[in-house]
Design a protein around this ligand. Sequence first.
Ligand SMILES: NC(=O)c1ccc[n+]([C@@H]2O[C@H](COP(=O)([O-])OP(=O)(O)OC[C@H]3O[C@@H](n4cnc5c(N)ncnc54)[C@H](O)[C@@H]3O)[C@@H](O)[C@H]2O)c1
Length: 256
Amino acid sequence: MARLTGKTALVTGSTQGIGAACALRLAADGADVVLNGRDPKQPPQELLDRFQALGRKAVYLAADIGGAAGAAGLVEQAVQALGRLDILVNNAGVERRADFWDVTEADYDLVMDTNVKGMFFCTQAFVRHRKAAGQPGAVVNLSSVHEEIAFPHFASYCASKGALRMLTRNLAGELAPLGIRINNVAPGAIATPINQRLLETPSLLEPLLARIPLGRLGTPEDVAGLVAFLASDEAAYVTGSTYFVDGGLTYSYSEQ
Ligand SMILES: NC(=O)c1ccc[n+]([C@@H]2O[C@H](COP(=O)([O-])OP(=O)(O)OC[C@H]3O[C@@H](n4cnc5c(N)ncnc54)[C@H](O)[C@@H]3O)[C@@H](O)[C@H]2O)c1
């Protein structure tokens, strides 16, 4: 029996990139899944067909998780669509590049609302649901190596991912008595649309590759494997920590 057989999961921001790979991997491991994007008019039909091919149920729900009402509403609709939720993957995230002295309030709010407020209130709604059901659960947050490594010109992004590190540590203790585990996955440089500028600019890409001990960018599937493990009962004794999936980047240093 696959390790997530009989489980149900919500992955936020899952129409592309890491979120889509996580949803597919959870389904390959046996889970039924709610996909989330912001566009109510365009369900990701090609992606939805891939779940059918896996023999799993997948439902698309449009919602903007960057506010408490949208986040809670999405979780409540996901519970209705699948009957219950065992797993929440807080994946939706954005970044905005600017010199610190040029950052606008609108961009600051977008990054913090999506990356922190969205995670906070999706998780709160998930916990309320699990608590009311008297059932355990697993939360996995897509953080970043930038919860640890400074990244000049991305101050709000780094602040948001640093907030996820502390929220996860804090909530691990508060949620453990409910049987709910929570962990962060911290990707390094992964080939997805969020990195379009990097992927298209050899002068940025080449020095970065030289700093990654495994010598390549990660794939969304590299990240999804770790997410599925943390969401499963195989990780039953794992909570409150961050797991890096970065080809060795974070703790690498070289003068050659
Ligand atoms: N790609 C990387 O190198 C990398 C590295 C570290 C961390 N991450 C993190 O992984 C996560 C996924 O990133 P990705 O690389 O797949 O990026 P991506 O841009 O391809 O995907 C992000 C998804 O989130 C959705 N989203 C954004 N705001 C939303 C909102 N308010 N409500 C609902 N959905 C929303 C987007 O529509 C998109 O589908 C993010 O949290 C990102 O910070 C990515």
